[in-house]
Design a protein. Sequence first.
Length: 369
Amino acid sequence: MAPLTPDQKRARRRSIAALLVVGVLLFFLLLTNKPRGKQVRFNAVCRSFVAPLPLTLKLHEGATEVQEATAEGFGGAVTNVGSASFVLDGRPVNGASPPEFKLTRSADVNQTPPHFDVKLSGGLGRTELRVGSNAVISSFGPGDGRPWVKLESVTPGDVQVELVSAASTLVGNRYLVEGAGLPKGMVEGFRAEVKGAIPGAMVSLNSGGKDAAVKVWLRAEAEEQPLLGGGGPNAVQLGGRVELVLRGCVNPDLRVEDKSAAGVIADRSTDLTIGGTSADSGTIDEIDVTGSGDKSDAPRLRVRGRLEAASVRQDGHELLPTLVSEVMDLSYAERGAVLIILGFALFVAFKVVDRALSVLLEYYFPKVV
């Protein structure tokens, strides 16, 4: 191969640089052809919702009223007791009416988690469910059945329950019941009839760890029972790269920049994942238990809010428009201008690549005279 002249060397370097520049530009275009941050409003009835941050569900406001709660794997305490009667392992305990008592679960990890049930009666006071990040809130069932909401724990102490009532019946097993005048030691089963001093006896429960769960039964009369918010100042603020996970949604209402999202699956149950941008702009406006649904596993948990979203995936399928799809949705005049500019850019890129390849091919595969 004959040595290159200075002009040929410069031409080869320019050709290689031109190919690299075109390659970088094409790579950049591929990277930018993805959904941009969009204001997304969502209103979905689903089976479950993963709490993106700590939430407090208030079950003593409006139409919402607790009737009963069942807990697995929880410890707790009962305070502000006016009077109480106890039956431990089938034997009545005479003369014991402590003003407060604790329900301590066994420290033996191999033992079956304790079970606890509380039924409320009389006047009801404050009732709150406090949920930690990543704990799961769920509700489903037929519309004519008694509504409920369930909280599933993922870490110790991330789910807390407070129930205040004038009177309550407590039933549980595998607890150490600790209070003044009560026998010491673990009991296989207990029952307590509790009446509270004003404003009522408080039952406080704390999750013992992963797989602990509490199910709270609500009044059946109300069509839709609020658990959180109501919009406005009661909305929960979201910020940063938060991710909302809603499972088992049917026909969710999704609006992107106030327009109905395209391609939403409406004829079957799907999972939604809405990923936020780094912007501090989003709210959970409401979480309700609905009265809709005619199947035994029909979703009943409504979650409504808005989020500056970088991604909205339904069963893994992206619903936010990409840069190319946004261009195709422009008006005829705007789309035509963009396509003319893009066509000119592609023509220039083609000529650059063609010239660069010609120079490189001539160098590496010289013509044989």
